[in-house]
Design a protein around this ligand. Structure first.
Ligand code: PLP
Length: 395
């Protein structure tokens, strides 16, 4: 195809995700005399509104999704002890890093090509008496849960942690993802459904885990707990310490600020409406793609996608290169490997721990080389989606 027949689609991964209204909300706050900027009432209000939106009892606002992952795994280890955590091969580096940093052992499973989430049969097969949790990632807006997985984990009493960083608003049986597992994580990075520039959330229904997450967010300080019984317990057990400076856990500072919380609260007001458009866009994209060349059988029920998944049916490198050249020529930004760049086990940080393990997972290896994602946001015009599909179908 000559470049003259390739339209200029000018299609970035994300566009206009923080609007004038969001910025104005921040400006209003800054107009106050001596406005509070460090974590305060805006953070508390955002946590409350987020908990209500997700359908959980407690949320802890942090400075990134990676911090949410880290705090979750550290608190998980405090509560359930060291051991194995079942993780996907297709996820973000921080999910695996959090397991390693908590001193736990990741156990990998391949993906289900229809959800891009974990293969349920493999998860259940890999459970052992040492399994402390299953840490699942809902990839690029698709629900990764099914009843077999949930029933299997419930029967064995294994906690499920949901990483919902890429899937705000997606549902399973009508319930929002992030409200089904024992704990869940969200990211509010610029490219995601809701953005606080940078930011993240830890959610849970367990009051004890919630108190630990609050402390882990702030240097492990006991004064950060908001349950008086937790504080009283520490002060009684450590009478030689100033109650203001009791460090329960070896921890870092992962707090965010009032500014970021104001952005989040402003964005939350239109998140549902935005997600309706995103979902419509994704369905239009999948409906118009040629199913002989591209995989279109994704489990879209309940999905909420800030990205389009473009996965080639065949492992054909020449075709893959043509697709990439064409996307570049049409100025459509994309990421190869989809979430996190594909098979995490191929990355140097895991290759040195598990040198040959990456070869064992064919489904994620296909995504690694022949899967892409493309931006999907409320401002995207339907006409552009049609033109992109026509272009891809002609290759
Ligand atoms: C599945 C998943 N988990 C965690 C993260 C980390 O979030 P953040 O970039 O906010 O640290 C990301 C990042 O985009 C992600 O996609």
């Amino acid at each position: 195809m000559s470049s003259t027949t390739i339209p200029d689609l000018d299609w970035p991964l994300m566009d206009n995700n923080i609007t004038r209204a969001d910025l104005d909300a921040v400006i209003e706050h800054l107009k106050h005399d001596n406005p509070r900027l460090t974590q305060g009432p805006e953070v508390v209000a955002f946590e409350k509104e987020w908990s209500e939106w997700v359908g959980v009892k407690h949320s802890v606002f942090v400075n990134s999704g990676s911090s949410a992952n880290t705090i979750t795994l550290l608190a998980l280890r405090e509560k359930f002890g060291p051991g194995e955590v079942i993780v996907p091969t297709l996820t973000w580096v921080s999910d695996i890093a959090a397991v390693l940093h908590a001193g736990m052992t990741p156990v990998f499973v391949d993906i289900n090509p229809h959800t891009l989430g974990m293969d349920t049969v493999q998860v259940l097969k890999k459970l052992t008496p040492n399994t402390r949790a299953v840490f699942l990632t809902h990839i690029l807006g698709y629900n990764g849960l099914d009843d077999v997985l949930l029933d299997g984990l419930r029967e064995r009493g294994i906690p499920l942690i949901e990483d919902v960083c890429e899937s705000h608003g997606a549902t399973f049986h009508g319930r929002r993802l992030g409200s089904i597992g024992y704990a869940s994580n969200f990211s509010f990075y610029y490219a995601h459904h809701l953005s606080t520039i940078e930011g993240g959330m830890v959610c849970t229904n367990d009051p004890e885990f919630y108190q630990m997450a609050r402390m882990f967010r702030s240097h492990g300080l006991v004064r950060e707990a908001n349950d008086t019984a937790v504080k009283a317990d520490y002060t009684q057990r450590f009478p030689d310490l100033n109650p203001e400076f009791i460090f329960a856990f070896p921890a870092h500072n992962m707090r965010s600020t009032e500014i970021n919380a104001i952005l989040g609260r402003s964005q939350l007001k239109r998140l549902d409406a935005n997600n309706v458009i995103r979902t419509r866009n994704l369905r239009l994209f999948l409906k118009n793609l040629d199913p002989a060349r591209y995989f279109t059988d994704f489990a879209v029920e309940g999905s909420s996608n800030y990205a389009f998944t473009l996965v080639l049916r065949e492992a054909n490198e020449a075709f893959r290169d043509r697709v990439m050249e064409t996307l570049n020529a049409a100025r459509v930004e994309f990421r190869r490997g989809t979430s996190g760049g594909g098979n995490q086990l191929r990355q140097p940080y895991l290759r040195r721990l598990y040198p040959d393990e990456y070869k064992k997972y064919p489904a994620v290896n296909h995504i690694h080389f022949f899967g892409f994602y493309i931006g999907n946001y409320p401002d995207l015009k339907e006409d552009k989606i049609h033109r992109l599909c026509e272009l891809l179908n002609r290759l």
